[in-house]
Design a protein around this ligand. Structure first.
Ligand SMILES: Cc1ncc(COP(=O)(O)O)c(C=O)c1O
Length: 433
């Protein structure tokens, strides 16, 4: 059945008949901003085209993976070659070793990794590993951080400190989240109180070090330093969910940003996804050999996957990591991303619109607020109506931003200075509108 002549609206109607909400991942439905999702037909470099052949400058990049832009020649070539060799074997390949070696080389402190197919799977497996390795059950997560949709992680804060969380999804029994404690991001006092009460029972603390699921919020240095100290002191493992930040904010991930400011800093377990697959389903978790020995087939913590370490996905990931490891890549990407947020801020200022901005490497955030929020409630208190108007004004002008105020944005190496200038020009109009 051809879809050539259908509009976005018609495709959305058709999709909703056979796919719940018309989408295979909720944020794509535009529910937060209203309107019709764009159905994408193709992408190249920094651009995507929708079913009506309208072109957009893409600041989502498949929610992070497309750090080189769409259709990078080296990536396409690697994938095309891999496809001709075989789609999946269910047996080990040399490419899996190469990808594991690359991650181990690029991230100090990681000695071994296990490859999986999604960030959800990697985060869920990292928690099981932390529990298996420590023999403890409880975990801390932070409100506003998303770690995929495993049951134990779909939790919001309870009514007060040191109460365990409530499920944020139907279908998650309260007993399943009874070991998940949810704290406010960047709140040292709460962290200390939680450790004082539950420290000996805590298997791990999982955190997005630079949160990208409540727009863009950094864990403050003193908070991260204290978190590391408390984990070490109480024997809880510090798990960095770098599904979004890994190989995106810096070649060594967000942990390299914290290590640069906090001497000797490293998390205990790291979780990766998105960029390591370069746009194919691939994710990983890794840590020291000693902790990884707990995993099957060596240890008692079970974890497996039919398509784990898939030969086409590993080819795509390896080609992507090879490109981003080239000298100067991150300096150029960070400068381009900074030029975008600085330009947005200047355009907002000229229109007398309060806008707070931040970026690290190729990831950015902007808030309709006077100051950068430090935690989830502050993010949700920023001006939603204004964000939604801005989003649609930009979309009309051919700029595709994340369709919700609680999502971060991404710049790729394919975004040129002209693309950034065009985006800022569109923003100038959108702020004035
Ligand atoms: C920080 C973080 N962790 C985990 C996940 C889940 O990854 P996936 O969607 O590949 O399951 C995401 C997805 O956006 C994420 O941003």
């Amino acid at each position: 059945m051809s879809t050539d002549r259908l509009t976005n609206e018609q495709l959305f109607e058709r999709a909703q008949r056979v796919i719940p909400g018309g989408v295979n991942s909720p944020v794509r439905a535009f529910r937060a901003v209203g309107g019709t999702p764009r159905f994408i037909t193709r992408a190249a470099g920094a651009f995507m085209w929708d079913a009506e052949d309208k072109r957009y400058i893409d600041y989502i990049g498949s929610w992070g993976p497309m750090i080189l832009g769409h259709g990078h020649p080296a990536v396409l070539e690697a994938v095309q070659r891999a496809v001709t060799e075989g789609l999946s074997f269910g047996a080990p390949t040399e490419r899996e070793i190469q990808l594991a070696e690359t991650i181990v080389d690029l991230v100090p402190g990681i000695e071994q990794v296990r490859l999986v197919s999604s960030g959800t799977e990697a985060a869920m497996s990292a928690i099981r590993l932390a529990r298996g390795a420590t023999g403890r059950s409880k975990l801390i997560k932070f409100e506003g951080c998303y770690h995929g949709h495993a049951d134990a992680l779909l939790v919001k804060a309870g009514s007060g400190l040191a109460t365990f969380g409530h499920p944020t999804s139907a279908g998650v029994p309260p007993e399943v989240v009874q070991h998940t404690l949810v704290l406010e991001y960047n709140n040292i006092e709460q962290l200390e109180a939680a450790f004082a009460q539950h420290g000996a029972a805590l298997a791990c603390v999982m955190i997005e070090p630079i949160a990208g699921n409540m727009n863009f919020v950094r864990a403050a240095m003193p908070f991260m330093k204290r978190l590391r100290e408390l984990c070490t002191q109480h024997g809880a493992l510090l798990v960095f969910d770098e599904v979004m930040t890994g190989f995106r904010v810096a070649l060594g991930g967000a942990q390299s940003v914290y290590a640069a400011a906090i001497p000797g800093f490293a998390p205990d377990i790291s979780v990766f996804g998105k960029v390591i697959g370069g746009g194919m389903p691939l994710a990983a978790f890794g840590t020291s050999k000693a902790i990884m020995q707990h995993l099957a087939p060596l240890g008692a913590v079970y974890q497996a996957g039919t398509l784990s370490g898939n030969p086409v996905a590993t080819a795509c990931g390896l080609a992507t990591l090879t490109e981003i490891a080239k000298p100067g890549f991150f300096a150029a990407l960070a400068a381009r991303t900074r030029s975008l947020v600085d330009g947005l801020q200047q355009a907002a200022r000229a229109a007398d619109v309060p806008l707070a901005v931040d970026s690290e490497g190729g990831m950015f955030g902007f808030f309709f607020a006077a100051e950068l929020p430090q935690h989830y409630n502050a993010v949700m208190a920023t001006d939603k109506a204004r964000f939604n108007r801005f989003f649609h004004a930009m979309l009309d002008r051919g700029v595709y931003l994340a369709p919700a105020l609680y999502e971060a944005g991404f710049v790729s190496a394919a975004h040129t200075a002209d693309d950034i200038a065009a985006t800022i020009a569109a923003a100038r109009e959108a702020f004035a509108a």
